[in-house]
Design a protein around this ligand. Sequence first.
Ligand code: ATP
Ligand code: MG
Length: 188
Amino acid sequence: MGGTFDPIHHGHLVAASEVAQHFDLDEVVFVPTGEPYQKRSASPSEHRYLMTVVATASNPRFRVSRIDIDRSGPTYTIDTLRDVRELHPEAELFFITGADAFASIVEWKDQDELWQLAHFVAVTRPGHQLSMSGFPADRVSLLEIPALAISSTDCRARVRAGYPVWYLVPDGVVQYISKHDLYRRLTA
Ligand code: ATP
Ligand code: MG
């Protein structure tokens, strides 16, 4: 599951947990992006990486990978999948996205190779409609998950405005944000 995770929140964690359950996955690897090419500003990757580690540490099936943040330049999903494939040649790979991120899949480069590398699972997300037409049905699934109307953008805006993010993000992430004084001055 790729993402900016700026910060990671319970919407991400529920999506990962639901897909793992539905497809009987051995593990979910969270892959924080390097410099996100679709986003103008993001917190330093080490903060995003560490928040993801904090949020997933208690789940034995959740892991965090540095492959995207350790690769220089912008992150493209095709590169993530090629690197994961190289590390795990025998694995059956699934790429988890929300309905909104999946919609931009058509803009991703090398789309045909994407379908070869992984099975894509788009999960439902409040406020985002998704049509599966035009995508290869054997390589793409839509999974309905419990609706959590949480976004990182909203979490950042709440912190900046002095509103709590307790229960939107894991407790350790609330404490990490406070300890490092994140989001107080950044633009969303
Ligand atoms: P931002 O507002 O900064 O874009 P975000 O909340 O969308 O943050 P991302 O890091 O962009 O979080 O998302 C990573 C992946 O998780 C994407 O595929 C996104 O669609 C999915 N996702 C994020 N939040 C939810 C949610 N509440 N429900 C379902 N999927 C989600
Ligand atoms: Mg997003």
